[in-house]
Ligand binder design. Structure first.
Ligand code: PLP
Ligand code: SF4
Length: 381
């Protein structure tokens, strides 16, 4: 018998507070949204908060909010729980370092229209809502996510469509936010229909964390409505195997069955998922649910996230450990998004040691050396 996994994924984990809620309500995303926990008093009734968490919630009042769905809250365990640390504010969020930014990717500078960020020639990112079911403590866009003043207006959306119409080199549009699935099916469908009517837009990426924080939002009806605008790729954001529940797996399978190609972008977070075992277990779980691990991000230097960041070598060391041990399909690329708007760079473990003439000397995972001669000179036989 296989050893039980440390993160056994029992279906329908529920906090005792919601034990008697009928399944029909629990599984309804609107019920989940209506019953989100968004204040200290409500949270303190459900979770035994540490003083650091209480300080974090008080200290951020009026700033980047917190909100947690009953579903996501039900996955929480003790204070070090990877789900809890992603969702409950902490005193350390109030710390600022000289190297922190509010907008580390300089998205605002690359915005021809306030809600559109166009940094790479063929891709652009569209900010369609400021809402998310759960506000992730490591969010790169916490300068505006959760803030109603950043909600895109109809005029701004119209200006973004205009820009895309007159900028045909953009072939790939990332529909992002906030979380686009915070919009109603109808609003979302309008946006996708508008983008699909632009000839030069080849693919649409729907960037959503709902499969992780509110998997009930992925309904057969939603999939039916959105699949008309294919090709749509879904980009999601699982960070830890504990998030790989039966409900989340079902959400990914609904998407895959409806023809959405799914990819995962995780963020390496100190003490949460910064080890090869977590990355491998998550990668295998994702693959089993037909979602390809795509990126493993170095955490952006956003103000308030210093305590969540890992050393850059942590990422390359994880890949060094896993390459060759784990299906290549389960292995993400490790990426640093350069602060100031330099864009993404991928880092790989250093395996090419040196060149000796025509001979390249590589090392394998265990440090053994291997030669590869790339341009051998013919020899007289
Ligand atoms: C990350 C990003 C993209 C997408 O980049 P890929 O490497 O193609 O996934 C596009 N636009 C912006 C502004 C981004 O930050
Ligand atoms: S779901 Fe995405 S946009 Fe929303 S808080 Fe989390 S990381 Fe930020």
């Amino acid at each position: 018998m296989p050893a039980p996994s440390t993160h056994s994924n029992c279906a329908n984990l529920r906090h005792p507070k919601w034990r008697d809620v009928p399944d029909s309500q629990w599984n309804d995303w609107r019920w989940q949204l209506r019953n989100r926990v968004t204040d200290l008093a409500g949270l303190a009734q459900l979770v035994e908060l540490t003083p650091a968490e209480r300080d974090g919630i008080d200290g951020r009042a009026g700033g980047f909010p917190f909100a947690i769905t009953p579903y996501y809250l039900s996955l929480m365990q003790g204070p070090d729980c990877p789900v809890r640390r992603q969702a409950i504010p902490h005193r350390d969020e109030l710390v600022r370092t000289p190297w922190d930014w509010d907008d580390p990717l300089a998205e605002e500078e690359h915005s021809p229209v306030p809600i559109l960020s166009h940094r790479y020639p063929d891709r652009a990112l569209l900010y369609v809502t400021h809402n998310c079911p759960v506000y992730c403590r490591h969010c790169t866009r916490q300068r505006k996510v959760g803030d109603a003043r950043s909600a895109p207006s109809r005029d701004q959306l119209a200006a973004a469509y205009d820009y895309l119409r007159r900028t045909p080199q953009v072939r790939d549009v990332l529909v992002s936010g906030g979380d686009p699935l915070s919009l109603s099916d109808t609003r979302l469908e309008q946006i996708l229909a508008e983008l699909r009517s632009i000839d030069s837009v080849e693919v649409i990426r729907l960037c959503t964390r709902n499969p992780v924080t509110l998997p009930q939002r992925i309904t057969p009806q939603l999939c039916e409505r959105l699949r008309r605008y294919h090709p749509i790729l879904v980009s999601t954001h699982f960070n830890h195997p504990r998030e790989g529940t039966a409900e989340a797996g079902r959400a990914l399978e609904l998407l895959a069955d409806a023809g959405f190609s799914c990819g995962n972008q995780m963020v390496l977070l100190q003490g949460i998922n910064d080890n090869a075992e977590a990355v491998a277990e998550l990668g295998r779980w994702l693959l089993r649910h037909r979602c390809r691990p795509y990126y493993m991000f170095q955490c952006d230097p956003v103000a308030g996230t210093a305590h969540l960041r890992t050393k850059v070598e942590t990422g390359t060391n994880i890949l060094d450990r896993l390459r060759g041990q784990l299906s290549g399909l389960a292995l993400p690329k490790f990426v640093v998004d350069l602060p100031g708007g330099g864009g993404k760079v991928s880092l790989t473990p250093q395996r090419l040691l040196r060149r000796e003439g025509d001979k390249l000397v590589f090392r394998d995972q265990r440090g053994r050396e291997y030669n590869y001669v790339d341009r051998p000179k013919p020899v007289e036989l």
